[in-house]
Structure formats: structure tokens, C-alpha cells
Design a protein around this ligand. Sequence first.
Ligand SMILES: CC(C)(COP(=O)(O)OP(=O)(O)OC[C@H]1O[C@@H](n2cnc3c(N)ncnc32)[C@H](O)[C@@H]1OP(=O)(O)O)[C@@H](O)C(=O)NCCC(=O)NCCS
Length: 195
Amino acid sequence: MLLRPVVLLYLAIQQLRVNGGFVMKIDFGNCKLRSWHLEDVGSLVKHANNRKIWVNLRDQFPHPYTQTDGQNWIQTALTVRPETSFAIDVGGMAVGSIGFRLQTDVERFSAEVGYWLGEEFWGRGIGTAALKAATQYAVGAYRLNRIFALPFEGNIASMHVLEKARCRRECQLRKSVYKNGQFMDQLLYAYIVEG
Ligand SMILES: CC(C)(COP(=O)(O)OP(=O)(O)OC[C@H]1O[C@@H](n2cnc3c(N)ncnc32)[C@H](O)[C@@H]1OP(=O)(O)O)[C@@H](O)C(=O)NCCC(=O)NCCS
């Protein structure tokens, strides 16, 4: 059984200079957040190709999730600077993703966070530990004062994860998305950097 990362949380944030750019690595328990590698495509497609994941994400996340989708995703993640998309790595395999959408103009100190994890790893505290680690990293790396997320109504697992990662529920955006053939509410959760 995987050790519960929340209990073990050993956070080591490293930025290593590679080929003129930075790669990120945060260790928590026996999992880590790290930069994507081109070789992750097989594992990415295996775990991402799941309707139970797609149903909780924007339509930008494809379903079915093909090899080409995986290659494009990793190429983009490797190109965008600053680096904002990271693999959730368990035992050396990329089994999920967490990333930030940096906001602009007067919202430039805010970012939206999005994440998913392969179904076989659900319920072990990995999502919570990944969000906590990523939030801590993002606040420093992008100089943020606010990180928010917009889970769809009924996504109880994600709401639990956000609450455990010290995000507060702020409001409900009624019928603000059209997903899977129906209008749905989004819940706005945010983490605010104090001080
Ligand atoms: C959201 C997600 C990343 C959570 O990952 P995870 O590693 O399973 O999360 P954790 O184990 O850290 O915590 C899950 C929590 O939700 C709870 N939970 C899960 N399913 C639940 C359900 N149907 N009803 C009530 N609680 C539920 C778990 O009990 C746990 O809470 P607890 O520790 O208070 O008991 C994962 O479910 C996922 O990838 N979902 C699909 C994509 C998605 O929803 N992304 C987020 C979009 S906002």
C-alpha cells in the first residue's frame, strides 16, 4: 500500500537548471511533482483516457485521450515559460497532472489551478498532497496572492481536496458551464496568501 503522503509530507522544492531552463521537482512522501518528459506519453494516455476524469474537467481535456493528445500536451508543457504544468509522479510514472493558469492585468497575482489523478490512485491522499505542494511552490515561483479552483457541482472529491489544502469556498457560479450535455454550477474555491 502507498504510504499516505499527507502524513509523510516531506517537501523538498528544487529548481535545477537544465539546458538553460528550469525543471521543477517537489518530493512528498513517495510521490513527486516534476516537469513532464517526452517519455511520459504512454503513462499519460493510459491514465488520462478515462471518462470519469473527463467529466470533471473542461472540454479542452480530450476524450478519448489519444497518443497525439498526449504528445501535444507534453510538447506544450515543455515549451510554455514559466513552466506551469507538472506531472504527478508515483513510483517513477506520470499518473496525473497539476497545473496553473496565470491570470493577467489587475488579476496578475492570481492563478487558477487544475488537476487530475489516475483513477487507480484515488482515495490515498495523493491529490491533497499534490495540491498542497503545488500551491506552496506556485505562491513563491509566480509571486501569487491568490490561487483558485472551479470544481463542477457534484465533484465532492475535488471539494474535499480543496478544503484540506486550505482553500475556502467563496461562492457558487450558477449554470456557468455546459458540460456533458447539461448546464452545471461551478463552485469557486480560493487560497489566499496571508500577510
Ligand atoms: C479530484 C482528485 C484529484 C482527488 O484525488 P485523490 O488523490 O483521490 O484525493 P484525496 O485522496 O487526497 O482526497 C479525496 C477526498 O474526497 C473524498 N471523496 C472521494 N470521493 C467522494 C465521494 N464520492 N463522496 C464524498 N467524498 C468523496 C475522500 O474521502 C477524500 O476526503 P477525506 O480525506 O476527507 O476522506 C481525483 O478524484 C480526480 O482526479 N478526479 C477527476 C478529475 C477532477 O475532478 N479534477 C479536479 C477538477 S476541479
